[in-house]
Design a protein around this ligand. Sequence first.
Ligand SMILES: *[C@@H]1O[C@H](CO)[C@@H](O)[C@H](O)[C@H]1NC(C)=O
Ligand SMILES: *[C@@H]1O[C@H](CO)[C@@H](O)[C@H](O)[C@H]1NC(C)=O
Ligand SMILES: *[C@@H]1O[C@H](CO)[C@@H](O)[C@H](O)[C@H]1NC(C)=O
Ligand SMILES: *[C@@H]1O[C@H](CO)[C@@H](O)[C@H](O)[C@H]1NC(C)=O
Length: 412
Amino acid sequence: MRRVLLILLWTSNLAQPYIPLAGEVQVLPPVNFTLTVSALGQVLLHWKPNPNQEHRNYTIRYDVKILSPVPEEYDTKRTYSIQSAALHNGFSAQLRTLLLHNSLQMSSEWVKEELPPLPGAPETSVTNLSCVTHISISSTVSLHCAWLPGQRAPGDTKYFLFYRYELYTEECQDYIQDKWQRNLECSFSVTHIDPEGLGKLLVIHINGSSKHAAIKPFQQLFDQNAIEKVNVPRNVTATLEQNDLLATWEKPISPLPKECFEYEFHLFNWKSGNKQTFKIPSNNFRSPIDVTSRYSIQVRANHHHICRARGVWSDWSEILSVGQTNLEDPTVWTVTVLCVSTCCAFLLVAIICKLNHVWSKLFPPIPTPSNKFRDLFPSDCERAPTCTSKTETMLSSFTEDLPCSVLDDFVF
Ligand SMILES: *[C@@H]1O[C@H](CO)[C@@H](O)[C@H](O)[C@H]1NC(C)=O
Ligand SMILES: *[C@@H]1O[C@H](CO)[C@@H](O)[C@H](O)[C@H]1NC(C)=O
Ligand SMILES: *[C@@H]1O[C@H](CO)[C@@H](O)[C@H](O)[C@H]1NC(C)=O
Ligand SMILES: *[C@@H]1O[C@H](CO)[C@@H](O)[C@H](O)[C@H]1NC(C)=O
């Protein structure tokens, strides 16, 4: 008996709408709930208060629950709400009335509405859409997007891209095509995107046409700050101060102040081949270095999270080199090594020749008695070294074909 009572209590708690509040008040759901596409990737949710709802001194609010594509729940006292969402796979939401009185809160039943998916054959939509924006020196924002055709999009499919930023919508006029003349990239050199906008949405809509199939449109929402490709740091310098390498640079072109950037710094040691990357919150870098080595540096920039969402890292700045010698790249290094070794070989040969010369003077090679002998065999032992000792034979075998006397004159 007691259990039944508990269950009854419990179920009646679940069926909250039917519990009278402060007497016999019923909470009724809103009426005429509609969903309307008000712009690209934007839905207007609109409803009316239930005309039979008692008011007295209750507070009435509405609980909105987005079911798809991205679930979200919030409440409002208005009778409308505007939502941005990718609508190609449809949109659905539900709504109920909330009645608040002192600390008591009651809610009505839900009413549900949905928008159907945008029409088109499956897998004809574009895939792998990516977009980046870029702030120019004149503070205008350019936009570039690229995508792949849907797997089942016929060969004659032509895609069209539109962007919406706040109230402004524009179609792309400047497409890049593949070899089948399908549009696969689009550029806007100037857009209505606010270069100082914070966390605002950029809606991209790509539909298409083909003689053989209905092309299903595709939409994607981007946070404008997250796709902003930061400009390269400017005026990068690198110098040596005693045993320190000192590098400085200016913030990239941007309406943001200098505190809003952070940097990645590449330091390459040509001698050890060691490459280091540092995260740097300021506009300079100082580090003790090996003064006998040459270094190369590069720097790139991104937004600091204290100002706004991370964007896309800038390109790396041009390579700058400092330190010993002018060996800026491995080819120069190779050429130098070759030069030095050639000179060494040349010098060695010259020394050998000179040695031969001195040796033959110190130890006159052929004693006089053998002169007769020599006369008998005039050609063989003409040059002394070959006849005197083993070392000499070895040395002279190096120099056999070299015009030693020329070298002697030249080097010594
Ligand atoms: C709801 O819509 C119907 C039909 O469009 C209309 O007759 C009715 O007046 C509307 N209700 C409210 C409260 O506006
Ligand atoms: C396209 O995206 C899919 C899924 O995100 C990924 O697996 C694939 O590698 C991408 N294709 C290209 C060519 O980038
Ligand atoms: C593509 O979408 C735009 C904007 O919604 C629309 O004006 C245009 O008619 C659509 N084109 C095709 C081929 O569906
Ligand atoms: C970079 O250097 C040039 C020439 O030294 C100078 O005119 C320019 O103002 C500098 N730019 C910045 C951003 O400091």
